[in-house]
Structures are given as structure tokens and as C-alpha cells.
Design a protein. Structure first.
Lengths: 231, 231
């Protein structure tokens, strides 16, 4: 039983990796060097693969060639719009489609049965390519378009979980969250201000666990949570 | 009405381009520098875009990172198996999925409504990602996975045409076939021996036209055809 886990270096994909390992899959990792502004994401996924002693491929594809996203271009990251519903400007059009297609190529060549993604619908922050309908259509497309992969499945084990449920699952499985990187700003410490940091800290608060990663600053709600935890 | 035409420099995609222009589409071209052994394909598509005076993007993605195909790796091209049904070893797993996903990203950003592919099912040579079921599933996947492209369509106007029908169509539309490159060997002149040359020459013969491209050598059937034409 083999699985190809897409590793972004973040909390979700690390939880998926912990899950795959716990289920007895023989896991290969796949990370993308796609022109993200923050090399620290790749460094995180490298250390996480090392932690689990798994093989990890890095595929280079420069998505800045398509452009249009603040994660790869010169557009400043949007801030302070936590909770909004429109598509955020950190979206690279079709990024998950492109990544999953390439994962399909690897799976086809290596005879891997399952591609595992960390996408989740509840906290999906408005990215359309994280929706369940998308995942199931993508799976069908890969099965139709590949030579040897008529039984390939795409698994998104976090699909229906909230961030706090994901964190509870990962903590139970011993996921090395201290090695993960979620912040959009990409500094040594997480900024504690961007949407991704806010979502993560809210998740930790709701899960009842403490985020092991260092932050430049904590938002008000998390500071209060930490104070209450001390009491 | 805008179309993004995927341009390989070959006969099929050039016919699609001629068709799109004839239908009044405002056309943008998209070519892939994917680690193909033959730079001449990119040179061909550049000259074809120039011929039509259209804008053409070149997206670089090194598919040799995935490996497993003689078009990008060190495996010799299979020969003399013309007419076989199994998947040829010139297949890059998921190549059309990857290319169409990236095209989807461009279309989404630029607000282009139609992606046009030169794939065709009749002469599809065993590539699974040329089948109609694949195209329609891919279209659905892009619509679901993109932010702004709920009405995006993938058009494969050659889908049900044989090679000779494609050539008749292209000749009628004045497609610049003299600028195209189909040979798997990638030399200055086409080899006249590989599957792609044989398929192309058979198509020209059946269409009643003469291939304007130069060949190192002609196969027996095409030599006879040329002799009959002279009479």
C-alpha cells in the first residue's frame, strides 16, 4: 500500500503525512518549488520528511510564469480580512490542479495507488480547488488521462475537518508541528498577523493545544487564551 | 471571443490555430518548454505564431523530473510499431493534464473563455489523455477548480477527425504546414521512419495533398503515392 503525500511544509499536509504513516502506508513525499516567495516552506517540508525518514521528491515548476498571485509575485499579501468569503489574492489559479496532475505523473510511473492531499473544505479560506467536488472530478480526470492508473485514488483525509479537529488529530498522531511553517510572510518566526497565522492560532486555541512554533506577536485572542491556560 | 491555443509546432495544433483564426477568435498561443529533446518544436511554434501575428506564451516546466518517456529522457524512440494499440513509450504520464491545467491558469487570469487543443481520438496513437472522455472530465475539473472560470470550455475541434481529414481542413484554411514539425527524431529534415512521420505521410497520401516538409527518406507507400501523383 503506497501513498504519495503532497507536502507543503504546513500544518495540514503534515497532519496528512502523520495519518498516512499511522495507517501503514509506504509513503513518498512530493513538494513543489513553484516560485513561492518563502524558501522556508521547502526547508520545513525537507525537515518533516527527514523526521519521518521518508523519500521526498521536489518538483520545480515556476508558477510566476502565470502570475496573478501574491504568493509568487510582488503584490503585497492582503491582511486583516480574516473571515471574508471571496477568493484571497494568495490564490495561484489552478495551483492544486497543476500540482495534482504532476503528482499523477509520479504515481503513474511509480505505481503508487493513492495521492494524499491536505486540502480541507471547512476552513478552506475560499480556494476553489480545495472543494470536495473538485477533488472527485480531479480523480476521475487522472484515471481517464493516465496509462496505468485506472484505479488511482485521491484521498483528502482532512476534507471535512475544521482546523481544530485537524490539530487534535495531528497531536494524537505525534505530528511534528514544531517543524511546520504556515505564515504567509515567511520570516524566521511566524508573523502572528496574516490570515494563515490567525487561522492556525484560532485552531490551536479551539483544540486546547499550544502551538509549538514561535511567533513575532500573538493576536489578542490567543494572548488571552495563553493567560487562561496558565491559570 | 478569445481562445488560448496550445501550440506544439506540429500539424494538429497548427490546424486548430488556423481553425480558431478562421472562426474569428482573438487567439493567444501557449507552448511548453518541457524538456523535449527537440528544440525545433519550439522553433516551429514560434514561427507559426509569427506567421499568424499572434501573441504566444512559452511556459517552462521540466517534465524530465518525472521521467519515464523517450521524448524527454535517454530511452531510444520505439520504431516500426506503426498501427500498434498499446501506449507508446513517447508518452509522458499526464502530460496533457499538466499542460491543460497550466493553460487553465492562463485562461483564468486573462479571462479567456476557450482552451483549444489539437488532440484527436481517431489517430490518437494510444495516448489516453487524448480521449473525448478525458477532455470532458478535464473541462469539468478546471471549471470546479478555478476562481473565475466557471464557464471555461475546452474545445478539441479535431477530436473526431482522421489525420487525412485534419489535413484537408488545414489545407482549406491555408495552415502553414511548411513550418510545422512532427518527427520524433527532431532533425533538420523529418526522418520519414518514426511513427509520427509515418502517420503524417499516410494522412497526406489519403488527403490527396503533398506534404511540404522535407524528409530524409520516404517510406515505400509514400514514394509510390508521389510517383502516381506525377503521372
Amino acid at each position: 500500500m503506497r501513498a504519495l503525500v503532497l507536502m507543503s511544509g504546513g500544518l495540514d499536509s503534515t497532519t496528512v503525512l502523520a495519518y498516512a504513516v499511522s495507517q501503514g502506508y509506504e509513503v513518498t513525499g512530493l513538494s513543489f518549488d513553484y516560485g513561492q516567495r518563502h524558501r522556508i516552506e521547502l526547508e520545513s517540508s525537507r525537515r518533516i520528511a527527514e523526521y519521518y525518514g521518508i523519500r521526498r521528491n521536489v518538483f520545480r515548476v515556476d508558477l510566476t510564469q502565470v502570475g496573478g498571485s501574491s504568493l509568487t509575485g510582488d503584490i503585497p499579501v492582503e491582511k486583516g480580512q480574516f473571515g471574508r468569503v471571496e477568493v484571497p489574492n494568495t490564490y495561484v489559479p489552478g495551483r492544486n490542479i497543476i500540482f495534482t496532475s504532476i503528482a499523477g505523473g509520479y504515481a503513474d510511473i511509480e505505481g503508487i495507488e493513492t495521492i494524499m492531499l491536505g486540502v480541507n473544505a471547512v476552513d478552506y479560506s475560499g480556494y476553489p480547488d480545495c472543494r470536495p467536488e473538485f477533488i472527485s472530478s480531479m480523480e476521475k480526470t487522472l484515471r481517464l488521462g493516465m496509462a496505468r492508473s485506472q484505479n488511482l485514488s485521491i484521498s483528502a483525509p482532512l476534507q471535512k475537518l475544521s482546523k481544530s479537529e485537524i490539530i487534535r488529530m495531528g497531536m494524537k498522531l505525534g505530528a511534528p508541528y514544531e517543524l511546520t511553517h504556515s505564515c504567509y510572510e515567511g520570516g524566521e518566526k511566524a508573523c502572528g498577523k496574516c490570515d494563515s497565522c490567525l487561522l492556525r492560532l484560532k485552531g490551536f486555541m479551539e483544540s486546547g493545544f499550544i502551538d509549538p512554533v514561535e511567533y513575532e506577536t500573538y493576536p489578542e485572542f490567543y494572548r488571552k487564551y495563553l493567560e487562561n491556560e496558565k491559570d
